[in-house]
Design a protein around this ligand. Structure first.
Ligand SMILES: [Fe+2]
Ligand SMILES: [Fe+2]
Length: 281
């Protein structure tokens, strides 16, 4: 990925904060956190079942997302020592994040089967058909990947919260509560990293962040069959608009920058203009 990279010590501080926020008391596991025997798909509307199938596909693509990080931040002799040190520090986040995302995929799979939405064999095949497609992003700068993840994690958290409030099955609501809390911590890490970038690099990272918003697509938008029709459908079930997350990016920019330069001002104006329903100042 193109520089700048944060100093490893900066990244380490963000990684430590992330691990502290996910301390043992807040962890959960798929096997014991939910009353699977009470899961009941009959309590869900057709649209809610469709939304569950959709988010299962998105979460289940984890190997593709993880692979992108491995390619973007290699841990081998292809990179110089300084870059390796940076990438090694980031890995302390990535590997934990991946474990949590993988448990999201397992929880949703388990829910579908327990509630009677899908048969395991069939569901595995369905997920594999999408899962083997490569995941890529049209971004070159390291900071762009973090800004992308910031928006995506927040958008996902907001959708799970919305879906939870309408979900007819309390077991599904419990699953979504856990998932939304994890996504909120993932967002917090990305927000921390992007904020550090802005503090350190200022104007130099404005363009790479602008690019993220200019080209933003939710993950798998280009690979899942019938994505857009499906996406519109899940929006009818619970409020969903990924540009809601842009307000959170603007907040990160404002927090990081005391005296806004012209370039930072333009960035904030641009992000705000990309929102579906700008909130009056
Ligand atoms: Fe997730
Ligand atoms: Fe996440």
């Amino acid at each position: 990925m193109l520089p700048p990279l944060l100093p490893a010590s900066d990244l380490a501080a963000a990684v430590t904060a992330f691990h502290s926020a996910g301390s043992a008391a807040r962890r959960w596991d798929v096997e014991s956190a939910f009353r699977w025997d009470e899961a009941e798909a009959d309590r869900l509307t057709e649209g809610q079942r469709s939304a569950v199938r959709f988010i299962t596909l998105i979460e289940d693509h984890l190997p593709g997302y993880f692979d992108l990080y491995e390619r973007a931040f290699p841990l081998n002799s292809d990179v110089d020592l300084e870059t390796f040190i940076h990438n090694r520090e980031l890995y302390h986040f990535t590997v934990r994040w991946a474990q949590e995302e993988d448990s999201h995929a397992r929880a949703l799979f388990r829910y579908q089967v327990a509630a009677g939405i899908a048969e395991p064999e069939e569901l595995r095949r369905e997920l594999a058909a999408e899962g083997r497609k490569k995941f890529d992003l049209p971004l070159d700068h390291a900071v762009s990947l973090f800004a992308y993840a910031l928006v995506q994690e927040k958008a996902t958290q907001l959708y799970y919260q919305q879906l939870r409030t309408v979900a007819g099955d309390p077991v599904l609501a419990d699953v979504l509560t856990r998932l939304a809390r994890d996504e909120s911590r993932h967002f917090a890490f990305m927000a921390d990293v992007v904020e550090r970038y802005l503090r350190r690099e200022g104007d130099a990272v404005v363009e790479p962040i602008r690019e993220v918003i200019a080209t933003f697509r939710m993950p798998l938008a280009d690979t899942i069959r019938g994505y857009w029709r499906w996406a519109l459908r899940i929006r009818e079930v619970a409020h969903y608009d990924h540009t809601d997350a842009y307000a959170h990016l603007i907040r990160v920019v404002n927090r990081a920058v005391n005296a806004r330069s012209d370039r930072v001002n333009e960035l904030v104006t641009f992000i705000d203009a990309c929102r579906t329903a700008p909130v009056p100042a």
